[in-house]
Design a protein around this ligand. Structure first.
Ligand SMILES: Cc1cc2nc3c(=O)[nH]c(=O)nc-3n(C[C@H](O)[C@H](O)[C@H](O)COP(=O)(O)O)c2cc1C
Length: 362
């Protein structure tokens, strides 16, 4: 079935980016679901108390309203992250607000957390039969008076449905949101989120892992503070990274000047360097999820060698189609054969020092 969806990929280019996305969600919601073939056991990974059948996950932003997580898992992904979801529904910024940079294989988006809100997503998730690893990514409303309270409410509401929760403080499209990455604000945020998680655990819902998702644009001095706080407050993991507001000089498309966050191939070097910097600072106190520009087995392999225990992608699927998770898994198995590695977990971080030191990336 996924090959039929792939045939639709060139066709979807005829549509404006956001309409093509709506079509993709619709196609997945209609996809009949058989049993998914077993993965190469060498690709299985354990992280924050969860056992992943493979390390390739769908990043947040594709399924903002938790409409198709099981269809995403059926494409071969080892986990699916839905969201970002905010307490109240939000329409986001005016359209057009998603731009394909075709020759660069990138995307710029300034959606601004358009989503149907906590209530609608929670109602949908309450009808789901748990099957596969679901991450729920929560955020704050643009007009919120107390943004930390928005994250706290997200942890309280979604703990019953999530395998893990992501605190997203790195979207460039909600003014001031990334200020929560500064040391003082972050410490308070993480403290209150961890207390909320504890309260949910007391109610018998389970103590769900909390992950922090950061921007690739934080200065290294600020990254020192972020990782120190994450370690002190016993965060379960970090996701590196969200989109960048920088524009690499290599970009060729004229719409590269559009405002918003850049993702895809042009983000790979920067996000992989930040991943390695985070991995080295974390000193294995928690696992790091590597995101940004993964569109091939080679790119996923580099992320893992740079320090990623798990990998996520979104833009790669826009350019390579719905078969991308399967293609990456096949390639990773070949690399493991070639290097005679027993498990993908054995290579995590092997190139972290070199990657962090490289000015142009990996
Ligand atoms: C259209 C679009 C919407 C996104 N929305 C979200 C979001 O709501 N929350 C979030 O944490 N990340 C969001 N992201 C960022 C992705 O999760 C990911 O961190 C980033 O795109 C880099 O990965 P990629 O190069 O594989 O796309 C979005 C990305 C795109 C392209």
């Amino acid at each position: 079935m996924s090959f039929l969806l792939d045939l639709a990929l060139p066709f979807s280019r005829l549509f404006e980016a956001e309409d093509a996305h709506r079509l993709a969600i619709r196609a997945l919601s209609l996809m009949p679901r058989g049993s998914t073939p077993a993965d190469d056991p060498r690709l299985s990974v354990s992280a924050f108390g969860l056992n992943f059948r493979n390390p390739i996950g769908m990043a947040a932003g594709f399924d903002k309203n938790a409409e198709v997580p099981d269809a995403v898992l059926a494409l071969g992904f080892g986990f699916a992250e839905v969201g970002t979801i905010t307490p109240k529904p939000q329409s986001g910024n005016p359209r057009p607000r998603v731009f394909r940079l075709l020759r660069d294989e990138g995307v710029i988006n300034r959606l601004g957390f358009n989503n149907e809100g906590f209530h609608s997503a929670a109602a949908r998730l309450s009808r789901r039969k748990p099957n596969g690893i679901l991450g729920i990514n929560v955020g704050a409303n643009k007009d919120s008076q107390d943004r930390i309270a928005d994250y706290v409410a997200g942890v309280e509401i979604f703990s019953p449905y999530a395998a893990y929760l992501t605190i997203n403080i790195s979207s460039p499209n909600t003014p001031g949101l990334r200020d929560l990455q500064s040391a003082e604000a972050l410490d308070e945020l993480v403290k209150r989120v961890m207390e909320a998680r504890e309260r949910a655990a007391q109610r018998g819902i389970g103590r769900k892992p909390i992950l922090l998702k950061i921007a690739p644009d934080v200065a290294l001095g600020d990254l020192d503070d972020i990782v120190e706080i994450a370690r002190k407050r016993a965060i379960d993991g970090m996701i590196v990274s969200n989109t960048t507001i920088t524009r690499p000089a290599s970009l060729r498309e004229s719409n590269a000047k559009e405002q918003g966050g850049l993702s895809g191939k042009p983000l790979f070097d920067l996000s992989t360097r930040m991943l390695a910097e985070t991995y080295l600072r974390a000193e294995r106190a928690f696992p790091v999820v590597g995101v940004g520009g993964v569109d091939s087995p080679e790119a996923a392999w580099k992320k893992i060698r740079a320090g990623a225990t798990l990998v996520q992608l979104y833009t790669g699927m826009i350019y390579k189609g719905f078969g991308i998770a399967r293609e990456i898994k096949r390639g990773l198995s070949l690399f493991l054969d070639r290097g005679k590695h027993r498990s993908i977990q054995d290579i995590v971080g092997r190139d972290a020092v070199e990657t962090a030191a490289s000015r142009t990336g990996v």
